[in-house]
Design a protein around this ligand. Sequence first.
Ligand code: NAD
Length: 267
Amino acid sequence: MKEVKAIVVGAAGRMGARLVHIIQETSLMKLVQAVDRPDHPLIGKDIGEVVGLGKLGIPLENELKKGGDVIINFTNPQASLESTAFAQKSGMAIVIGTTGLSPEQMNRVRELSKSTRCVFAPNMSVGMNVMFRIVQEVARVLGPEYDIEIFEAHHRLKKDSPSGTAAKLGELIAKAIGRDFGKVGVYGRKGMVGERTKEEIGMQVIRAGDIVGEHTVLFGGIGERLEIIHRAHSRDNFARGAIRAALWVVNQPNGLYDMQDVLGLKG
Ligand code: NAD
């Protein structure tokens, strides 16, 4: 099979560096360009040396060039939009892992995706995307007799709470069983809060040390409980998911896709 030619944008960043490492491990993909912001102090250096792999013969560049099959971008919203416009103009596919795009920026991605192949997913973890799917089914099958609680744990430096992923788990579960998470989500409990209502979905948050990311959905019945847990050991699960998305999207028609599409979990 022909190797897919990949361009990594944000290559000197935390996710970019892991992408460069993992692309080197796979025979299905070949790194053809590494790009970072114009004023990055390491522009011009060999990307292999930048990410601790030794010389690869590919310099870190400050602008995108044609010649790849797919761009993988983990940067910031503005840079992600610029890469999407470049992908659209030059006929390349694109995978965007960047988070924090505004509704207007998402609309622009949607517009460009009419004539580009694009995967956009704020969580590229394969395991987590399977969890998104199965928690909905479990909630439906167990029914209203089971209390639903979500808890997540992250490192001490994380600024937002709960995580976007925990919020998404809550929203997906609530929707699957006909509830509105905006109304039934209960964030922490303290004092004489009274008995738990049947409808509520609890959300508890832990911040400690260097925990990469853990999400648990607990279904508590009488005489048993079922817990579905996802634990991220490193950022590699996101990078591997992005590479899986990139290998998939190059063979798709134009359009905007997410990880559920990539993994065949829709429908
Ligand atoms: P980082 O700050 O370590 O890396 C970002 C890189 O992008 C930096 O090297 C920066 O110089 C570069 N950059 C900035 N502007 C640029 C431009 N105009 N052109 C090219 N490069 C530019 O951050 P990170 O931890 O690697 O995360 C990057 C993004 O990916 C964030 O939005 C983060 O939330 C997101 N993320 C998503 C997932 C997922 O599964 N989708 C997983 C982890 C991180």
